[in-house]
Design a protein around this ligand. Sequence first.
Ligand code: ADP
Ligand code: MG
Length: 641
Amino acid sequence: MLKRFLLLRGAEVLAFALLAAVPLAVNNPYALGLLTLLAIYGILLIGLDVTVGYLGQVNLAQAAFLGLGAYAAGLSVTALGFGLFPALAVAALVGLGLGGLLALPALRLEGPQFALATLSFSALSATTLNEWESLTGGAQGLSLSRPPLFGHALDAPAFYWLCLVLLALVWTGLRNLLSSQWGRAFEALRDSPIATDAMGVGTYRHKVAGFALGSALGGLAGGLYAFNFQYLQPNSYGYELMVILLLGVVLGGRKSLWGAFVGASLIVLLPNLLSNRFLFQVFSGLGLLVALVAGIRNLVRKTARPFQAIAPIVAMGLLVGGGMVVANTEDWRKAIFALMLFSVVVGLPEGLMGFAAQQLARLFRVAPPDLPPPAALDAVLPQQPGDATTLLELRDLKRYFGGVKAVDGVSMSVRAGDIHGLIGPNGSGKSTAVNVISGLYAPTSGELLLNGQALPQGSLFKVARVGVARTFQNLQLFGELSTLDNVMVALKGVYRSPLPLVLLGLARGEERQAQADALALLELVGLRDQARSKAKDLTYGAQRFLEIARALARKPELLILDEPAAGLAYPDVSKLVEIIRRIHQRGVTMILIEHHMDVVSELCDTVTVLDGGKVIAAGSAAEVKRHPKVIEAYLGSAGAA
Ligand code: ADP
Ligand code: MG
């Protein structure tokens, strides 16, 4: 236990202990200033990594949140007479609130548009800080003095320790958060936002929460920044800092607390690197060396295209050569940042820590902790009555895409406990029908009732919440997550701890429970012994089964399977039939879209046949098979596979 802790956390404990000991050992105000900045930028970059690393969004607003937090803390002290902690709390809350406000509209946008929204926010906040002179002092700046802590004035070492303690708290809290259901949701939504919603997790709300949290850390760092320099200037939080921060996160390595730490060190050291010719040459020489080693390795192992290996070498070569030619490297700093950013993005996309972590993982193999025994299936997937009452009813459902009448007036009712087959030739509207039921598309018209209540429309998330789960015709797994995590993300009713407990690391019990529950479902689909494999590394058949297990984690009343047998080899088809049987025994109602007529005959209690978006036959499998329209439309053309 202790050994495990030290193996995993030893480096962290050691690093923080060493950092804390520095002021005791050396009395060098300059070095202390750099270390204080390191702690502050560490908090800032950990916050930025939540959006850039975990949510996978290009966030250009973190420098602005640093500035807003700095002014919020500064003004709390100068105008309102707040103490140190209240002022820091205000700074963090300003980050949280404005971050949330920015995220609400901005995160409805995708990719480059989101980046632009954060860029506009930065411009707006910079202008406001500059122009609202009556409040901020404008370009003249704002002077403040560091408030005392519990009546004691904080000298430089004391303030440094305060920053370090806060960094340690942020570090621990974020690690707890990111290894909880929250972090799992962040990673899931990056791999498949659609499936995240369909599993009832809520892509949008998690993105907004993540962004607000990252911005709150930006605000907190800003507060510390204000008390560190005790003089604020609106121009400090502009374009240049924004680029440096991105460089820090990308170079250090995304999705990594250590990466943020390495990035922060780089940012702190940059001014020195640029102003000292000797240091610059050492640094750019090292950069060239890394680019050469990484590039040659990649070329030999063919893990990257030649361009990816060569471009960083050229860029770093330019840096070394340029450093010898130009008179003052500081004047060229923007070009230098650009070259570095380019090299990292192209040549070392996983960042320095990502690269180092791969090597370290090889040296120190720490086995993951043992998994608990699987929970009883009865507890995870309670037996449902399956009493043949009407569970789902569609009335004259239509969904048009422009002129294409994909679903054109479908009425059908699904009885509780049935396996209801939905068949028809390609393009007959089967997927569209279930996409409307599950909320991926809103219907053009028509009624949808679940247990007699109107089903929410056009929202995967809301439909998932009322007890409908689904799989996708084109797999939508969370490829980077383990098999176990894929199921855990979707688990319903296990995660109850409020956020503060999660941050304090007091939610481990429910994590354990979630593992046991997820294992029971993996056992049901025959994947228990692959719990730790990444989903993207599973065989195709196993991936299909995993999607079913994940959907079952929702404990659904209605489970929709869209062509689960598509692309499966024969032995896997029989496994699938067996799995569906087991689910049926639990009383779960299913809609099964299926091409293989023998599978349909074997499994389905009732069958609805679609053609051209309309129902052409309904009844038992034997009945519809004999129906002349079906023979003509489906069996005739598809060859009764
Ligand atoms: P099936 O699942 O039965 O093979 P689909 O429901 O996928 O059929 O498709 C029915 C029809 O609707 C097809 O003509 C298809 O091209 C069209 N369609 C499906 N989804 C879309 C979409 N998102 N945009 C436009 N047309 C679509
Ligand atoms: Mg389809």
